[in-house]
Write a protein that binds this ligand. Sequence first.
Ligand SMILES: Cc1ncc(COP(=O)(O)O)c(C=O)c1O
Length: 393
Amino acid sequence: MKVYIDYNATTPLNEAVKNAMIDDFAVYGNASSMHASGRLAHARLEEARSNAAALIGAKPHEIIFTSSGSESNNTVFQTMRYLADRSVAKEAIRNEIITTAIEHPCVLNSAKFQQELGFTVTFLPVDAYGKVNIDALKAALSDKTLLVSVMTANNEIGTIQDIRKITSLVKTAGAFMHTDAVQAVGKIPVDVKDWGVDYLTMSAHKIYGPKGVGALYIRDRGGRRAAPLFPLIHGGHQEDGLRAGTYNNIGIFGFGKAAEIAKQRVMEYGKTLFPLREQLREALIKRIPNIAINGHPSDVIPNTLNVSFPGAEGESILLALDLAGIEASTGSACASGSLEPSHVIMATGAEAELAHGSIRFSLGWGITQEAVDYIIDTLPSIIERIRAMSTLA
Ligand SMILES: Cc1ncc(COP(=O)(O)O)c(C=O)c1O
């Protein structure tokens, strides 16, 4: 039996999204062209924008399309660089960025890059469940803070942050608020207006859309911009001059369709997948001695279960699972391949051994009761065998 249980790394293309994209291949016009072919492509692009906006409670003009979640996040951080450079002559120079120790590498490394270029960057600590320390945030915020970037939900352990509360503190300090919601959209309700964030990042391939398409929400770009944005990619006038390059029509249309479906199914997603996740969690606790569940017990996205198996290395477990047809992950897909312990699990205060032996099961629409039963039947003997052989034991 084959079980793909790595949906936080990426999701398969939804069948309806795939069929819509195949139809869209006939729409070849350049969306910037004035003629009928161009206008048709443009109309489809705007439909996709409306769907992407609706998924997060935004207005269509507040969305720009990018090549990925990574690009959206980089664009926000580079915008801060530009703002800081331009405000040199002003009285209050805001040259501080606050983010967290558990962000995805595309945020962490963007923050570190800005640190090299002169920003003071604070990486907020998290508690044992991966929740951002609010007192540390309050202490770090000042009239020097330009940007705060806190992910909505963590890709490795699934912990959800209280973005509404964090945003209200950030706005009181007069700073801009960004959230990387790549792992949250489609899994839990996301409402940018309710939260009050200035920027929010999405990625199509995490919601059963195509790879290589992302979006960035920028608060109220109509008329006057409430949150500034400067292009990472300079060129033509696409996306209001904020993201140059001929449109990736098919990818964007696919994103729109995936967003439309994700919005319709977001409540059903939790209702369907959380009970399966809970079954897996309870069975593993019962059947395998001495394991630790990473992440928050209740503020967690419904599909993510991260488990540490002390005395067994994560890579060995993954290989054995793979041989049994079960495809999981040791953390973020971007981090695997390196033998570094997970920076997320280390940030929760766990011992390096726990961080080394952690496995992420991320469920998705393809996961059935049969798949969960198969994992429950297969994993205990794998752990027993690896522990018996391990140098860690
Ligand atoms: C939390 C988070 N942010 C950003 C990204 C990057 O998105 P993309 O793959 O579209 O660049 C990922 C992908 O793993 C992610 O999990």
